[in-house]
Write a protein that binds this ligand. Structure first.
Ligand SMILES: NC(=O)c1ccc[n+]([C@@H]2O[C@H](COP(=O)([O-])OP(=O)(O)OC[C@H]3O[C@@H](n4cnc5c(N)ncnc54)[C@H](O)[C@@H]3O)[C@@H](O)[C@H]2O)c1
Length: 372
């Protein structure tokens, strides 16, 4: 198969759909890869690196789109990219169609085969192509929180791990899933006192088995949440109710009663946030203060560490890319019901129910669309 990797064009996006090592894997499987010039320069991959891995470099995105049978990207295609998609071309990337009518309409119009990373599932109900970004954001949340606690950022002026003879900070992580688990791991590593709240008892058991007495894994009632949030120096918001807006677990009244100079990092901000006073911020201006509490609410945290994020994403996407290239989209999707969940738009039909319903468009089940 001919695979195309265009340079990402969304503002401040430095990740790339395939690193040179992934290109080499595809070449070893007998496929051909075209990469747009400078696609990886933002994170240190030169055109020469891609050529050494077996790719061919093209000067424009238009040439990449024209040649490729499958486009592999990171962010949802922007309007100019959507205009270059064609009938029967495979698009494999993050799409996030639910809030995006213009994109959905353009993808339908293109008649391309559009597979979204974020809706592919695994056998355990997990989201294997979203998980790497939650790992990155979870780990980063402690870095961001540690900085927010510094005096120059309006924090309490407290070191997460303390020093011998001085108490460490108390970090309270709400939600013990992928974000929460990774946040806890970093906070423990830095010597903080760590409490994780979750309302899933199996999650709490797993955290207890994993971290032992280095964390307190607590069942998340309103009572427990209030008690621990009010005592916290740093709160990490990492809850998720799949397909729904995040519940506002920390109220404006809690924020008023937290210690002055304490900090919150609301990782769940991309789903609206789980803290009542959260509003999305950017890497350029990541924090703001409400009632003396420093708020960090960056909606695309992995964007700050595109080198790590690209490798993490590629490690997860590569087996699917190889599978699509080796088998062709039809067999790859028909063989694997979990992968098939990723099919959002197929040759002019919306094949993801929530998106079709949200926009009052006709829905065709992926299996029916593929077998038609
Ligand atoms: N800001 C960013 O850059 C960024 C990056 C990656 C992920 N995220 C977001 O982070 C959030 C968490 O993602 P994840 O991958 O860890 O999800 P996950 O499904 O792995 O974990 C979510 C956890 O929240 C728990 N939960 C649900 N309701 C709860 C409640 N009332 N009290 C306590 N716990 C509760 C669930 O039991 C689950 O364990 C999501 O909203 C995700 O979109 C944001």
């Amino acid at each position: 198969m001919i695979i195309g990797v265009p340079k990402e064009i969304k503002n401040h996006e430095y990740r790339v759909g395939m690193v040179p090592a992934s290109v080499r894997e595809l070449i070893n499987h007998g496929h051909q890869v075209f990469v747009e010039t400078n696609a990886g320069t933002g994170i240190g991959f030169t055109d020469a690196d891609y050529i050494a891995s077996g790719a061919e470099i093209l000067n424009t995105a238009a040439e990449v789109f024209a040649k490729a049978e499958m486009i592999v990207k990171v962010k949802e295609p922007q309007a100019v990219e959507r205009a270059m998609l064609r009938e029967d071309q495979i698009l494999f990337t993050y799409l996030h169609l639910a809030p995006d009518l213009p994109q959905t309409e353009d993808l339908v119009k293109s008649k391309a085969i559009c597979i979204a990373y974020e809706t592919v599932i695994d056998g355990r109900g997990g989201l294997p192509l979203l998980a790497p970004m939650s790992e990155v954001a979870g780990r980063m949340s402690i870095q961001a929180g540690a900085q927010a606690l510094e005096k120059s950022n309006a924090g309490r002026g407290m070191l997460l791990g303390g020093v011998p003879g001085v108490e460490p900070a108390k970090v309270v992580v709400i939600g013990g899933g992928m974000v929460g688990n990774n946040a806890a791991q970093m906070a423990i590593g830095m010597g903080a006192e760590v409490v994780i709240l979750d309302r899933n008892i199996d999650v709490l058991r797993r955290l207890d088995a994993q971290f032992g007495n280095k964390v307190k894994a607590i069942y998340s009632t309103a009572d427990a949440l209030e008690k621990h949030v009010l005592a916290a120096d740093l709160v990490i918001g990492g809850v998720l109710i799949p397909g729904a807006a995040a519940p506002k677990l920390v109220t404006a009244d809690h924020i008023k009663r937290m210690k002055p100079g304490s900090a919150i990092v609301d990782v769940a901000i991309d789903q609206g946030g789980c803290i009542a006073t959260s509003k999305a911020t950017t890497h350029a201006d990541p924090t703001y203060i409400v009632d003396d509490v420093v708020h960090y609410c960056v909606a695309n945290m992995p964007g700050a560490v595109p080198l790590t994020s690209t490798f993490a994403l590629n490690n997860a996407t590569l087996p699917y890319i190889i599978n699509l290239a080796n088998k062709g989209y039809k067999k790859a999707l028909l063989d694997d019901a979990n992968f098939r969940e990723g099919l959002n738009v197929y040759k002019g039909k919306v094949t993801f129910k929530e998106v079709a319903e949200g926009f009052n468009m006709e829905y065709v089940a992926p299996i029916d669309a593929l077998n038609a």
